[in-house]
Design a protein around this ligand. Structure first.
Ligand SMILES: [Zn+2]
Length: 134
């Protein structure tokens, strides 16, 4: 029941297929694919479009059809670290979005910096392959 509710809200859990790029994915991080949370994230942050991915705690929820590139993974892993480093992160993040907007939210600036260094650190720009049940 709990897993059904979790799946309905967060989307189905997906497992990346074996590929060298997935070494970058820490074991504690769960990947899911779902429409609801990225849609909500886009609405609440005022992006004007659904988010490519949203991170809640150690769960990354990818919008269906979005490729998990090394850059996007680095961006979302920065958000995982932000969640882990501060119990009040969701409140601080929301407040920062309210004050600065999505683009200039310092947490997003930090994640975009990780995105750039993550993408350049990995010369292989191929998107990660998925064993996607859907
Ligand atoms: Zn972000």
């Amino acid at each position: 029941m709990i897993e059904w509710i979790r799946g309905a809200i967060l989307g189905a859990q997906v497992v990346p297929s074996a590929t060298p790029a997935i070494d970058a994915l820490p074991k504690r991080v769960v990947l899911r694919r779902g429409r609801l949370v990225p849609w909500l994230g886009g609405r609440l942050s005022g992006m004007g479009a659904p988010a490519a991915a949203v991170t809640i705690g150690r769960t990354i929820i990818l919008r269906p059809g979005v490729d998990l590139t090394p850059g996007l993974l680095a961006h979302e892993l920065a958000h995982v670290r932000q969640w882990e480093s501060d119990l009040l992160f969701p409140i601080r993040y929301s407040w920062a979005t309210f004050r600065h907007g999505y683009r200039d939210n310092p947490y997003e600036v930090e994640a975009r910096e990780a995105e750039v260094s993550g993408a350049t650190a990995d010369s292989d720009q191929e998107a990660i392959e998925w064993n996607d049940p859907s």
